[in-house]
Design a protein around this ligand. Sequence first.
Ligand code: COA
Length: 318
Amino acid sequence: MRRAVIAGTGSALPRRQVTNAQLAETVDTSDEWIVERTGIRMRYIAGEGETTSSLATDAARRAIESAGIEPSAIDLIILATATPDQTFPASATIVQTALGIDDCVSFDVQAVCSGFLYALSVADSMIKSGAARHALVIGAETFSRILDWEDRTTCVLFGDGAGAVVLRGEDSESGVLATRLHADGRHNQLLYVDGGPSTTQTVGKLRMKGQEVFRHAVTNLAEVLREVLAAADLTVADIDWVVPHQANRRILDATARKLGLPAERVVITVDQHANTSAASVPLALDTAVRDGRIKRGDLLVLEAMGGGFTWGAAAIRY
Ligand code: COA
């Protein structure tokens, strides 16, 4: 059966690491509060010259190298981001040019923290239909540029970064087994940016009602995880690794408890990277592949939830 197999992974982080203690020098917060409520210990913040497309390009280069192909073999680029370099053109086309790819299908998708799952699902469909052979799927963000640094309830939670995978279409038992996506726009006021080209003509700042987002997240993530397993004819006991969106350690623990999933089977990087939105799942995936936790043949479930609300999951034989 033709499947989209993960041929390579890569990731990239900005140069500057910012610990909770460093943040507490300018924001009314403390290392103790942030660790206890979120599990976050540090994040990376983009500096001069570092943009969503530059981080995406670095992550993409590593993914292409680990897939053992030339950039010219890529015929599809989907970049998931809510913080593009410009309103248009798509940042995916900037990455395409930086990689020296003359002609391919190239576009951005915007589903905030679920963006990578949305992008992966679209790439999977295009590979299965024969529209693409080698797809570069990237999640990249510079959320530091849409944070209100005066608002301690949000600015401590996010960081910048990028992650990427190369998917290859081949007849295989491995690859993407099933994906499930959802959206419910009624909750859009719980997590949003208060600006945009068609309304304020500004970029805007992130606003969030954290406690309400938290409650929805645990319910939605546990449900979509069960749903994608059922679609692939698998159970929670078959999972080797859940690679979740890294928003908050307490959300990860509560979701695992609800599913009866042992904590040792959840990849956790939120302590190191904080919430990097669309970058967080591929960044966690690449981290766990490179440190040897995730091995060929493992059954992975990727999941995420974000503003919109949007949420989704993918079951993948690595
Ligand atoms: N440092 C210190 N104190 C802080 C603080 C900070 N960074 N942020 C908030 N506080 C204070 C609040 O002002 C409040 O003080 P008060 O009781 O005197 O009013 C107190 O801490 C508790 O705030 P509360 O909002 O009830 O905390 P919480 O336990 O719900 O944790 C979040 C807040 C944001 C960490 C939590 O709700 C959360 O993680 N939600 C999910 C958010 C998320 O992951 N969104 C992205 C999904 S894609």
